[in-house]
Design a protein around this ligand. Sequence first.
Ligand SMILES: [Zn+2]
Length: 262
Amino acid sequence: MTDTPRTVKLVGRIFLTFTIEAKTGLHIGGSPGTLAIGNVDNPVIRNPLNNQPYVPGSSLRGKMRSQFEKDTGSPQNNSIGQVTIHTCKEAEPYQTCPVCRTFGIPGEYPHSETSRLIVRDAFLTEASAADLERIRTDLPFTEVKWEAAIDRVTSAAVPRQQERVPAGAKFQGALTFSLYSRADLALFDNVLRALLLVEEDYLGGQGSRGSGQVVFVDPTIKGRSNQDGGVLQPQPEKSFKSMVALAEQWPELRATWFQDLD
Ligand SMILES: [Zn+2]
């Protein structure tokens, strides 16, 4: 018996851009030793080309997923390195799982599909980079926050440094969601919900101690379908003030933009 090759047909895409604004200092960790500047204890991750801090797409995507897993009460059953995530290891629960169908599962499972969600790295906006250069932060584009860590043996307060991108910094974020059937449109609802959940929580490290509050502002969305003989049909883009406003309008947009999808 030979397996029939699986066919994957892209029927449309959704493109979302937004500004990630840090409401508090933001710490997304880099690796000490290779990227550290000025020997700070806990450096932030930087783009080696211009030395500017950025938000890796994997960090935002991972936080969106973990928030959405908690929101849906999905079982944490798959240890990958130091983190445990939810994964539908069998095909049957996978078919109706909002987490796994939106965010994907590791490729080793036979029922895994081509990824729908791509989250891009988010770089400092030009205006934000210029502002941070002008105000001469502790380190290039960042501040150093001192905290007292308590030594558990001696109870002595040990000062510790935390490098953060200052509150007010803005990054240009973007994500793409691929549609392989009309039913996939509803999965994009989960992407918007996950972004709203991240706004309620935090991004990066030290969130319980005040770092990492972000908002996603000025979202702009557009879509295109791949119907009518493969002709790409882009829809005019729509801009909103907030992710909440977009999430409210999205059900209407998806009904009108993608009427022709199979
Ligand atoms: Zn699942």
